[in-house]
Design a binder for this molecule. Structure first.
Ligand SMILES: Nc1ncnc2c1ncn2[C@@H]1O[C@H](COP(=O)(O)OP(=O)(O)O)[C@@H](O)[C@H]1O
Ligand SMILES: [Mg+2]
Length: 475
């Protein structure tokens, strides 16, 4: 158990430390001021924080003030939500001190099956009560930590918080160990892990996919699941099992059922069984019917559609080193566009397909209100630009022909993927609102591609300029 003790009174701190060190497996980081506590919070992962609210600004100063303790309190809530904070007070806590409990939760931080209060007050004179509480807590923490993560000899490359998330999930689901294998991740903080939860008979109890990332990102994905993904017809998306976001520092985890038997991505299917792909596009469109069916048509500017994929703050960076002629003029063009909930990142790697040709959606971080034709246009254009396609012949067939994208007949000529392109484009036109909205979606998609290091800027600009010419001609 890792504890942060924030206490400036040396004698009192030493008494507490002496007692705590008698609890097996306990490590203590001591901070004696606001500054050193904030430094510790910035780098460490703690199972609980013991906090004296009256602190000096810096070590060895004597300007004790409750503001400094409060600053530590709020920073702890910010960087480590749900991590228990035990507040020490000299006498019975006053009204203000008690009011801090409103920031607390009832949470099952270690997957024990019971919830605890994450903010509790202890009077220094009765510090024994805190020590008893910490002793109990250490048993919960060490039982969770004792869960093993097997990797079958492969590197997993997870932070202590991400490992904790896997252990808490395993314990919550009645497992004693788990087998974890990395599916994606490397560059960013986010990792996608295939996880088997093993029970004490050695049986696989749960087979799932864990996404472990920054809590802000996982919260958005979880909220999108609550508001939108759950409304889709049964089987359209992978079911969500848990969202863990307490006591995991700046991380959180979202857990989905593994899409068993959905062994191909849509990219694999288009490449290996192109004749089956148009049927899958149809089924995908049906799977999103609950979103599309309640959309509305509105007059918007192309700028609005581009903003759904690249917001104004990011645009400068995305465009750096490139020029799109007459950009403002193009973005001022008004189009009739159909709006609904969209997936928001519907490339072929985010659609898994089973051997009967049924698709299932994954990856819900961008789900939300948007322009309906962005999804089918993204699906179609991902064959050209997505890194998973660049290594195969799929992307070549598309990349060499991008100047013809606005003219579907020319664009389809001579490719073995014509029927798939047509299925995506029909979907875009049926639910786009207008031809111009479909062009705008292609434009927005292509502008976003400029930000990726894997994408040839030259190709993205060919697409952008061909769409721009068409739009300006029609304006
Ligand atoms: N529920 C699932 N079942 C099977 N495989 C999955 C599932 N969720 C994700 N994957 C696999 O993990 C990869 C990454 O997951 P994804 O949710 O798309 O995260 P990212 O944001 O990294 O793209 C997917 O491309 C897919 O291969
Ligand atoms: Mg994905």
């Amino acid at each position: 158990m890792q504890l942060l003790l924030v206490e400036d009174n040396k004698t009192f701190a030493q008494t507490v430390i002496d007692s705590l060190l008698r609890i097996p497996g306990t490590h203590i980081t001591r901070a004696s001021s606001r500054r050193s506590a904030l430094d510790a919070l910035a780098v460490g992962f703690f199972d609980a924080i013991i906090l004296d609210l009256s602190l000096p600004l810096e070590d060895n100063l004597l300007d004790d003030a409750p503001e400094h303790g409060q600053a530590v309190f709020h920073q702890a809530r910010e960087v480590a939500p749900g991590t228990p904070i035990f507040i020490l007070t000299g006498s019975d806590p006053d009204e203000f001190q008690l009011s801090l409990t409103r920031y607390g939760h009832q949470a099952d931080v270690w997957g024990t099956g019971t919830t605890i209060s994450t903010i509790v007050h202890y009077v220094k004179d009765r510090v024994d009560e805190l020590l008893v509480r910490l002793k109990e807590m250490s048993l919960d923490v060490s039982a969770t930590d004792a869960i093993t993560i097997d990797t079958r000899g492969r590197a997993l490359d997870l932070s202590v918080e991400q490992k904790r998330a896997l252990k808490v999930f395993t314990r919550l689901r009645g497992g004693v160990s788990c087998v974890a294998r990395k599916l994606t991740g490397g560059l960013s903080d986010a990792r996608t892990i295939k996880l088997s939860v093993i029970d004490d008979n050695g049986h696989v109890k749960v087979l799932c996919v864990a996404k472990l990332g920054r809590k802000e990102h996982i919260r958005i994905e979880n909220a999108a699941f609550d508001s939108h993904v759950e409304l889709l017809r049964m089987g359209a998306a992978t079911p969500r099992l848990n969202h863990l976001h307490m006591g995991l520092g700046r991380f959180a985890g979202i857990f989905y059922s593994l899409a068993e038997g959905y062994d191909d991505t849509f990219f694999d299917l288009v490449k290996n069984k192109p004749s089956e792909a148009p049927g899958v596009v149809e089924k995908l469109r049906e799977a999103l019917e609950r979103w599309i069916g309640v959309g509305t048509v509105r007059q918007v500017k192309i700028r609005d559609i581009r903003r759904r994929l690249v917001d104004d703050d990011a645009l400068g960076q995305v465009l750096s080193g490139t020029t799109i002629p007459r950009l403002a003029e193009i973005e001022d063009i008004e189009v009739r566009a159909f709006e609904s909930c969209i997936h928001g990142d519907l490339h072929g790697g985010n659609v898994l397909v089973n051997h009967e040709g049924f698709p299932v959606l994954i990856d819900f971080g961008d789900v939300g209100h948007g322009y309906t034709c962005l999804d089918p246009v993204t699906l179609e254009l991902s064959f050209a630009f997505h890194p998973d396609c660049q290594s195969n012949s799929l992307s070549k067939a598309f990349l060499d022909n991008l100047e013809n994208w606005p003219n579907i007949e020319k664009f389809m000529q001579g490719t073995p993927y014509a029927a798939t392109i047509e299925a995506c484009r029909d979907w875009a036109h049926d639910h786009g609102g207008s031809d111009k909205a479909v062009l705008a979606a292609g434009f927005a998609y292509a502008v976003r591609q400029l930000k990726y290091g894997t994408v040839s800027k030259e190709r993205a600009l060919i697409l952008i300029n061909s769409i721009a010419n068409q739009l300006l001609d029609q304006a």
